[in-house]
Design a protein around this ligand. Structure first.
Ligand SMILES: [Zn+2]
Length: 313
């Protein structure tokens, strides 16, 4: 009986709303937490090993502010430009990742790109606790002097605002239209989208409206966080527009970069013409064996939750 009561007690203590949360797996608030080194190691052991390895191999590790101030033609031989993309699901482990970064690489050695106010999240019924979670992390990292910037999806922003007729087209149909009518021209400082047929996807409107949306977003970010926007990391949204036009490519357009609304997107030609890309999106083998990483100059993308999943049986 005692065991039964102990088993039921948490259920009895839950309000009806909490029970619904459990059933529908709704988002709940993830409060900030100070994670000790021992606990961070236990939570994300492979990330601990990776950062240890970089430190032992004498890598220089930079955030994006360091990058902006650097002489890109005279980079350290072993360099990590460290980037975190923080979605709601990364929120809990972000605090452990911060502890590991500080312990092995030092404070202020990575930029935290946080997905505050993605238009498709803000319309969810349970967005309020997600927003609180994002803002708590931004406040936590910002108060410690970390570089915190937005993780945005230009495609989501545009679609949600404009709802063009081709919004729900399949990726393959959209790709055919794109290939017939547009051509991407590459330059050392970015790309141009050239219209070679008809502007069926209304690129002219995208490039007129997107800067306005970005200015609005930056204002909202600063009002909520007290932090200035310097640059972005584009989010890989699952929408067809993203798979065809690519938000990061839109942000790499020279006509947008020239407007001065953002200094960079993390995928810009100006960065990737100097660095190789290491990312944890597909559970690469080096995540469990950092010695597989050839010495070099990299932008490294960390999603803290991937390292939790990697470690969780
Ligand atoms: Zn993302």
């Amino acid at each position: 009986m005692k065991r039964l009561i102990l088993f039921l007690l948490p259920v009895l203590l839950l309000t009806g709303c909490d029970i619904l949360d459990l059933i529908y797996n709704e988002a709940s608030y993830i409060p900030p937490r100070e994670v000790g080194l021992g606990q961070a190691r236990a939570e994300l052991p492979e990330l601990d090993s990776l950062y240890c390895y970089f430190a032992a191999q004498n890598y220089t590790v930079w955030d994006f502010n360091d990058w902006l101030q650097a002489d890109v033609n005279n980079l350290p031989e072993r360099l990590i430009l460290l980037r975190y993309d923080i979605h709601y699901e990364d929120m809990r482990e972000a605090y452990s990742a911060y502890t590991l970064q500080c312990a092995h690489l030092g404070p202020c050695t990575g930029t935290w790109f946080v997905m505050l106010d993605n238009p498709y999240e803000t319309v969810e019924d349970d967005y309020a606790p997600m927003r609180r979670s994002y803002l708590s992390f931004i406040e936590f990292a910002g108060a410690r002097g970390e570089d915190v910037q937005p993780h945005i999806s230009p495609c989501d922003m545009y679609l949600h605002d404009r709802h063009p007729v081709w919004e729900r087209m399949s990726r393959s149909d959209l790709q055919v239209i794109f290939d017939e009518n547009y051509q991407i021209r590459r330059y050392p400082d970015g790309v141009d989208f050239d219209v070679i047929g008809e502007d069926v996807l209304d690129l002219a409107d995208i490039n007129a409206r997107l800067p306005e949306l970005l200015v609005e977003y930056n204002g909202s970010w600063t009002r909520q966080t007290g932090l200035d926007v310097v640059g972005y990391a584009a989010h890989g949204s699952p929408v067809a527009m993203q798979r065809v036009m690519w938000g990061e490519r839109l942000l790499d357009q020279r006509c947008l970069l020239q407007l001065g609304i953002y200094a960079y997107d993390s995928y810009n030609t100006a960065i990737f013409s100097h660095l190789e890309y290491l990312h944890d999106t597909y559970f690469a083998a080096w995540m469990k064996d950092p010695t597989l990483i050839e010495p070099g100059q990299y932008e490294l993308l960390i999603h803290p939750n991937q390292w939790h999943l990697l470690h969780t049986p």
